[in-house]
Design a protein around this ligand. Structure first.
Ligand code: ZN
Length: 230
């Protein structure tokens, strides 16, 4: 079986994976702002429409910048680690200011940052849709039943084990999907339910089909997120 000739790819061709309109462009999953240059050569690419592509880009930039600012504890361009985010902060002072305003100190004196939940969740669902389409040839039709995110350091042991180790029993992926091909080529390991490292320390994800479709993402070894469709 030749993975380059996945027949299921044909089935999804001609559909924006985000809104099902006719696609006229392609989109990286995850978006490039979430990764450092040089980009890995094997970043997933999906078909989408220009409108979807454009409508998410500011929110993706917001999420990537917010995460980097929180991880580094600053909105000062000179003090963040990622070159790409340094440039975003330099060129978009309004965004730097917006994120700086999200910082507060709780009653215990701890420095915390309050994200714009709507923007974060929109990006998480968009990314999860892209991964589901690319890995499973699944286009989740409706809103997910659950979207959650938290710093991974705040998860208790049980939640961390569930998130990282995926302690649930997988179903076999649909015949013809990329996941199926991987399992077919390496029958001793069902790679569905294994984390894919897109860029070490920057972005990892896992796709599973247990009780629906679940996509988990880990940003900058910091933010853990899960999107769940029925
Ligand atoms: Zn679209």
């Amino acid at each position: 079986m030749d993975p380059r000739k996945l027949f299921s790819d044909e089935r999804l061709r001609g559909i924006c994976v985000y809104c099902c309109a006719t696609p006229d462009t392609r989109d990286h999953v995850p978006s490039k702002v979430l990764l450092d240059d040089p980009l890995p050569s094997d970043v997933s690419v999906v078909e989408c429409c220009s409108q979807c592509n454009a409508s998410f880009s500011l929110d993706e930039e917001y999420l990537a910048t917010f995460i980097e600012c929180v991880v580094c504890g600053t909105t000062n361009p000179a003090d963040v680690s990622r070159d790409k985010i340094c440039r975003v902060l330099e060129h978009t002072p309004a965004l730097a200011s917006l994120i700086a305003q999200a910082e507060f100190v709780d009653e215990d004196g701890q420095q915390l940052w309050r994200p714009d939940e709507t923007r974060v969740m929109d990006v998480l669902v968009k990314l999860a849709r892209g991964h589901a389409a690319h890995e499973l040839d699944v286009l989740p039709p409706d809103d997910p039943i659950d979207v959650r995110f938290a710093p991974i350091s705040m998860l208790d042991d049980q939640a961390t084990a569930r998130f990282v180790d995926n302690q649930e029993t997988p179903f076999f992926p649909e015949i013809g999907s990329r996941e199926f091909i991987r399992a077919f080529k390496e029958p001793h390991t069902l790679l569905l339910d294994q984390w894919r490292v897109v860029q070490k320390g920057r972005y990892e994800y896992l796709v599973t089909q247990v009780n629906g479709t679940i996509v988990r993402m880990l940003f900058s070894d910091y933010l853990a997120a899960e999107v769940h469709w029925d």
